[in-house]
Design a protein around this ligand. Structure first.
Ligand code: ATP
Length: 419
């Protein structure tokens, strides 16, 4: 099958010119270049994907260096891995030396040696990701599909390439579900059986790698579908027995998406995912996934605040009281609790929810108009006394007792002699 016409139509002209230039220079070096992986899959599906991966039968790093010298691209090379990234305006191109991989033991990082395109495709995760398109001048656009990926695309199936695939690298369990749910495909029958058989192999995967796959999953449009499916397949309990993928998660993830920018969503999803954990259970989870310090703080705060929510369940609370109850928590933890308590039918939690919302949308941004310098000019000395004045002013501002700078001055001067 030849996809030359689709490539010409699909890729922006400048990017296409660059890709052709890379291929020309490769040919002069006696090397061959292919488009590979996700871009080929998406090109066949007609989906946009400008994250281009190129495989080089030859030396990808030397080729990329040569291209960078003769074009307006920026180069980032990883000689040790035989990979290079070329940036060109908004586009990036990843070049990798075709490689052969062997696994010394399940979950270990593979031993890598240079190989052919065929070697490079058989090491891949699923048939739909194991296709390539030649960019050589004599067979430009020709599809290489040794594992019937196109056929699986047509039958909407996720299929591994050999029965040991999940045990070699159990991150593929999470990847399989991510693609299945993103594309609305199904796990092919034997792949589904092997996935269930090999869930225990997740124990061989480092926390960083599992977390990275969950982060990728959380970048999907509707990750709740994949979370539900992972629960159904018995994968979630393998990561932590307390993880759930139920309707509550689905509803809260959906809510989170309406409130947060895409960049902040993955962290918020983590805080919601663990909402049913006890404070004691969470430490094992944080350690298992080697969660970085900032996110760990937000996750711990989410649960700490959850147990303190009854303190907010009083309609008589003043704004300043709400502020001083909540300011010690990471804003992400407050946000997670606001989403968790957003249930229309439940009156006590409606008050709690309103207080959390008030903090998030208003109270945490309130500042006094007067600063330390101005207070000094009013005759209030720096030190604990000034700290007290500032706090009283801040509370008064939160509670609407002062509005203007003049109000604050008046209040500050009336306080000073008493202090
Ligand atoms: P997308 O970015 O749309 O999720 P992609 O296919 O570009 O899809 P990447 O994670 O960038 O995904 O990986 C690029 C390619 O590398 C994949 O298409 C796949 O062929 C291969 N790959 C990635 N991870 C693995 C893995 N754990 N095992 C085998 N092959 C993998």
């Amino acid at each position: 099958m030849n996809l030359a016409r689709q490539i010409e139509r699909y890729l922006p002209r400048q990017l296409l010119e660059l890709v052709k230039d890379i291929s020309r220079q490769a040919a002069e070096r006696g090397e061959r270049v292919y488009l590979v992986g996700g871009v080929v899959r998406d090109l066949l599906l007609g989906y946009p994907n400008l994250d281009l991966d190129l495989v080089v039968e030859g030396d990808a790093v030397k080729l990329a260096q040569q291209v960078a010298e003769t074009s307006q691209t920026k180069l980032l090379a990883h000689r040790h891995f035989g990979t290079a990234k070329l940036s060109y305006g908004d586009f990036t191109l990843d070049l990798a030396t075709a490689r052969k991989e062997t696994y010394a033991r399940p979950g270990a990082l593979p031993t890598v040696t240079p190989g052919t395109l065929k070697d490079d495709l058989i090491r891949r995760d699923f048939s739909i990701n194991a296709m390539a398109i030649s960019l050589g001048s004599n067979d430009y656009g020709e599809l290489a599909d040794p594992h019937q990926g196109k056929n699986d695309l047509e039958h909407r199936l996720i299929r591994i390439l050999h029965p040991g695939s999940f045990s070699d690298d159990a991150t593929r369990i999470l990847r399989a579900v991510r693609y299945e749910q993103r594309l609305g495909f199904e796990l092919e029958t034997q792949t589904a059986q092997l996935l269930k058989r090999d869930t225990s192999m997740l124990d061989t995967i480092s926390g960083d790698r599992i977390r990275h796959e969950l982060e990728l999953l959380f970048k999907e449009k509707q990750p709740e579908f994949a979370v539900r499916r992972l629960a159904e397949l018995g994968v979630l309990p393998r990561i932590s027995p307390f993880l759930k993928g139920d309707g509550w998660i689905a509803e809260k993830f959906d809510r989170a998406r309406r409130l947060k920018k895409p960049t902040q969503l993955p962290s918020l999803y983590f805080c919601l995912l663990i909402y049913s954990f006890g404070e004691k259970d969470i430490e094992k989870f944080l350690a298992r996934l080697n969660i970085p310090a900032k996110l760990s703080r937000a996750i711990r705060d989410t649960l700490r605040l959850k147990t303190s929510l009854p303190l907010l369940d009083k309609s008589s609370l003043k704004p300043s009281e709400i502020y001083y109850l909540l300011r010690e928590y990471e804003p992400l933890a407050v946000q997670a609790n606001a989403i968790a308590t957003d249930e229309k039918e439940c009156t006590p939690s409606l008050i709690v929810h309103q207080h959390l919302q008030l903090f998030l949308t208003k109270l945490r941004y309130v500042r006094t108009a007067l600063n330390g310098e101005e207070l000094k000019r009013l005759g209030i000395p720096a030190g604990p006394e000034m700290g007290q004045v500032l706090q009283i002013l801040h509370k008064a501002k939160l509670d609407g007792e002062v509005r203007t700078k003049a109000d604050e001055k008046k209040l500050a001067l009336s306080l000073s002699p008493k202090l």
